[in-house]
Design a protein around this ligand. Structure first.
Ligand code: 2AL
Length: 170
């Protein structure tokens, strides 16, 4: 797809391709569509980040809450989105021992109790050891710090999802 084809995409086709760039938040892609034309794929990516950055804190936390837990119920029940399933598998979270799974479940629960949103990390840039370490460390941060960190991680996830679409030649 060249940049002309990207900019010519109708709303429905655009949503079929980009609707889950932000996990379970199709509203972001729906808003970004209004920002056509894009000079290149970097401008498209920037439009996603600009929309996210302009949200109030409650909106940013809403985006965090739309993400599934790592190694959580959705992974066990097979109800992850295809993108999230691939990311969690890449980090080895689909092959945890029973002890590892219950430790992550406990840490995720502690984190959510403290911050009222889930722990978010770009799984493809980590493995189970770094994820566990970050879960243990980040729970001691304050809420504003963790909200900002979670959004940074969401952007890394978006970046890799866009890259996976192989649009980078645009
Ligand atoms: C996720 C997810 O679904 N994909 C990813 O990289 N991280 N979720 C999470 N809670 O961090």
């Amino acid at each position: 797809m060249d940049v002309g084809a990207l900019n010519a995409l109708g709303y429905e086709d655009f949503m079929n391709i980009f609707g889950n760039i932000v996990e379970k938040c199709p509203l972001v892609a729906a808003a970004v569509w209004s920002k056509r034309p894009f000079a290149n794929v970097s401008a498209l990516e920037a439009a996603f980040y600009e929309f996210i950055d302009a949200l109030p804190d409650s909106g940013k936390e809403g985006i965090l809450r739309c993400h599934p837990d790592l190694a959580g119920r959705d992974l066990q029940c097979g109800t992850l989105t295809p993108e999230s399933r691939e990311e969690q598998a890449r980090a080895g979270l689909d092959a945890l021992s029973a002890d590892e799974a219950s430790l992550i479940a406990q840490l995720n629960q502690d984190y959510k109790r403290r911050f009222e949103f889930p722990f978010i990390i770009c799984a493809k840039m980590n493995d189970k050891a770094t994820i566990l370490r970050q879960l243990l460390e980040r729970v001691d941060n304050d809420r504003a710090e963790e909200s900002a960190r979670g959004i940074e991680e969401v952007k890394k996830i978006c970046h890799l999802r866009l890259q996976a679409l192989k649009l980078h030649k645009l």
